[in-house]
Write a protein that binds this ligand. Structure first.
Ligand SMILES: [Zn+2]
Length: 266
């Protein structure tokens, strides 16, 4: 089948551009550049805290003062952006810490933007780190089991995003998998004077063992129903669903989409 992008065989022969390493490099669209790197950082309350994450050697949780030092070094090395994940001192079933004015991420954003104004500060927008049960949304338990309530959760996500933008975040990055959250966050940002704040959504998220170490780093392991509820199932979602998620988030207002964990490379 021909398409406007590809043309039709034999007019279109994609192997023509794969004939040598130099030719492949010439037409490569994806290039690794330090200017495009984002350093994920985990911030927790306290002072002079640099706590190792055992599941990820070399990765640490930082108190805001140490976070500033780490971010400053990264910026000196040429890394233009950081992505903040917060670990609050208290968790509850409303994720209050996610949108508290003096929440740990909000404090960290203020400090980074004051001391390192040129550093791009992106914030993870999710609720799991702030929920006592470790899920990314409001939970209802009844006879039929545990349910994550999609629509009520959107209000909390939007509130968290607005509070990050209010603290000075340059970009907000929702990592939950609630339906409609990009639209809800976009609307809330626009209504609160942050129409210029971009959204980078994590759009396609697979059930994967690769989350384990990350959840240890963010201290957000689910306390029950250990599957990531709402993530795409391996072999269950299929390629159509994988493609629909990022495309739909782009249409609802996200500037960029990412797929996590990234597919393994050979
Ligand atoms: Zn989450």
């Amino acid at each position: 089948m021909s398409s406007p992008l590809t043309g039709q065989f034999p007019t279109y022969r994609p192997r023509r551009l794969r004939q040598s390493p130099a030719l492949r490099r010439l037409v490569a669209e994806t290039r690794l550049s330090i200017e495009q790197l984002v350093l994920p950082l985990f911030v927790r309350p306290g002072r002079k805290v640099r706590r190792p994450v055992h599941a990820m050697p070399g990765v640490l949780q930082f108190s805001p003062d140490e976070l500033l030092r780490e971010a400053s070094q990264a910026q000196e090395l040429g890394v233009p952006a950081v992505l903040l994940f917060g670990i609050p001192d208290r968790k509850d079933e409303k994720a209050s810490g996610a949108y508290a004015r003096r929440g740990i991420v909000q404090q960290a954003v203020r400090s980074l933007k004051k001391e390192l104004p040129d550093l791009i500060v992106i914030t993870d927008v999710c609720l799991c780190e702030y929920m006592s049960h470790g899920h990314c949304g409001i939970v209802r338990r009844n006879k039929s089991g545990v349910h994550i309530l999609n629509d009520p959760t959107l209000k909390l996500l939007a509130r968290a995003a607005v509070s990050h933008a209010d603290a000075g975040a340059d970009v907000v990055a929702p990592s939950d998998m609630m339906d409609g959250r990009v639209r809800a966050i976009r609307a809330a940002l626009d209504q609160n004077g942050f129409a210029e704040t971009p959204i980078i959504s994590y759009a396609a998220k697979f059930v994967s063992a690769l989350y384990g170490p990350f959840r240890e780093a963010a201290e957000s392991a689910p306390q029950f129903n250990h599957a990531v509820l709402g993530a795409l199932g391996v072999g269950g979602g299929g390629i159509t669903e994988l493609l629909r998620c990022p495309v739909s988030t782009l249409f609802t207002g996200s500037k960029r989409s990412s797929v996590i964990p990234p597919p393994p490379t050979p």
